[in-house]
Design a binder for this molecule. Structure first.
Ligand code: ZN
Length: 147
């Protein structure tokens, strides 16, 4: 029996069941038939954030940012490149804090950019301040190894 895990489609939000041991990089969504992993972070609103955090069996890495924040904009291409390194082991999300005040407040976000690493709906690591691609990947892997 192969173990299955749940992964939320970044395109339509459908929860897909994928075999855990197979590389799911090429998997397509059962509802919209788009690739489930595209090598890009997914922009989420408050609802999308809740859906991904609650339903992904894989860890979720969230970049909390805002368009007016210079360091956030500087980190954006690094976070893009980190997605190519970390998928399909980790789902990467971008949460615009201006559009998600309730979530930012609930998560107690003190400054941006902030990276949150979450698994099973719980925060397992947090880092404030911009990081480059290597640091994002190394920090994420260290956080997963500890949890
Ligand atoms: Zn889909």
């Amino acid at each position: 029996m192969s173990e299955m895990h749940h992964v939320v489609c970044g395109n339509c939000g459908r929860i897909n069941r994928l075999p855990a041991e197979r590389a799911s990089k090429d998997a397509r969504c059962g509802a919209c038939h788009q690739p489930i992993f595209t090598g890009h972070p997914i922009e989420v609103d408050e609802d999308g954030f809740g859906r991904h955090v609650a339903n992904n069996d894989i860890p979720v890495l969230v970049d909390v940012w805002a368009p007016w924040c210079g360091p956030c904009r500087a980190m954006a291409p690094m976070f893009e490149r980190a997605a190519r390194q970390l998928e399909p082991k980790v789902r990467l999300l971008k949460l615009n804090s201006d559009k998600a005040p309730a979530v930012s407040s609930r998560l107690n976000i003190m400054g941006i950019p902030t990276l949150l690493l979450m698994r099973g709906g719980r925060e397992i690591a947090r880092q404030a301040g911009a990081m480059d691609m290597q640091d994002i990947v190394a920090w994420t892997e260290a956080g997963l190894a500890r949890s």
